[in-house]
Design a protein around this ligand. Structure first.
Ligand code: 4NP
Length: 151
């Protein structure tokens, strides 16, 4: 899960998907990272921590890190939150098989729409509820796809 700062959207996405993976008993590693270096080593934003906690998810152990080229070998799929993240993520790789791993996460709900998970950093609390709902729906689709692949 990739966003700009790795403190608001992608930590929530990681927490939501980890919970669903555990509920389904799937063996899947989930992680998150930033395209920027702004928040390396930082805890998630307190508003993301609170939103996750509201839904029974603890993201306090996550720490910000920056996406690196080795992530394209380590992970099968890389979900980005918006088109700017997409460009910055693609810029880290040149290989076609790695580029194919990168997807704009809301395309799982509305294929081909290239919609963004709105960056809630500069907004109010409402933005975090909206982000949670969008990511929860997208993560349901990810789980369905994994289950299809494994069946
Ligand atoms: P995120 O939100 O990409 O969802 O983690 C942001 C966090 C920090 C900044 C921007 C967006 N920032 O400019 O520091």
């Amino acid at each position: 899960m990739v966003c700009l700062g790795n403190i608001c959207r992608s930590p929530l996405a990681q927490g939501i998907l980890e919970k669903k993976v555990a509920q389904k008993g799937l063996n899947v590693e989930v992680d998150s990272a930033a395209t920027s270096d702004y928040h390396i080593g930082h805890e998630p934003d307190s508003r993301s921590i609170s939103k996750a906690a509201e839904y029974g998810i603890n993201i306090t152990r996550q720490r910000g890190r920056q996406l690196q080229n080795s992530d394209f070998q380590e992970f099968d799929r890389i979900f980005v939150m918006d088109t700017s993240n997409y460009s910055n993520t693609i810029a880290l790789t040149k290989q076609e098989n790695e580029i194919k791993k990168v997807e704009i996460i809301l395309n799982l709900i509305n294929p081909g729409s290239n919609q963004s998970v709105p960056d809630p950093y500069f907004g109010g609390e409402d933005g975090f509820e909206n982000v949670y709902r969008l990511l929860d729906a997208a993560c349901d689709q990810i789980i369905k796809q994994i289950q299809n692949e494994q069946s």
